[in-house]
Ligand binder design. Sequence first.
Ligand SMILES: [Zn+2]
Length: 211
Amino acid sequence: MKSNKQRRAEIKAHRLARAARVEAQLRVPERQRKVCLRMSGIEQADLEILGRHNNTYGLLPEFYVARPFTCRDCGAEQVWTARQQKWWYEVVHGPIDSRAVRCLACRRARRERLRHAGPGASLLREQSDRLRALGATKPDAQSAAEVEAALQSKWWSLRVVAIQTIARWGGEANLAKLDALVAAGREAGRRYFCWERVAADAARSALIRRE
Ligand SMILES: [Zn+2]
């Protein structure tokens, strides 16, 4: 039989041990803490980055936690991971109250639909066909100017066709232009989805097709 005194001592020891554990957890280095959080599906938010891109009076999140959602288009059960959220808010600078609403496949399908539909679609098709036709002819000042203008188009797909046309024309100056695009893409590095990288990919494959 334990005496009350013994029992109190045990409880006290227990409490001290727990306090020591909590304190040790608090002392875990920052980096290790991040790894722990990540393993539990939590990402720490970078308030500085968020603050720079969000003009909000509302509270910014300190953590991202995986969020389940139902795809708006196909109804699939999905999880928007903490990591994806961090990327969305801090790298892409998505608005702080935007949320994932579609699964990846439906996002892609939608993007594709938007690209091919809408008032610009037939015009875009026409211009792409025209650029391709130009690629089969010998370039002159006018067609070169057209291709140059297409390279500045708001439609990236048209710019890509312009790059292909330049590759089909060939010639030292044109090939140097493509090399420059490839180099610029390399410089853009691993930045997600920028025109420089898309252009570099288009130029690279157009150059390969020539070989
Ligand atoms: Zn879906």
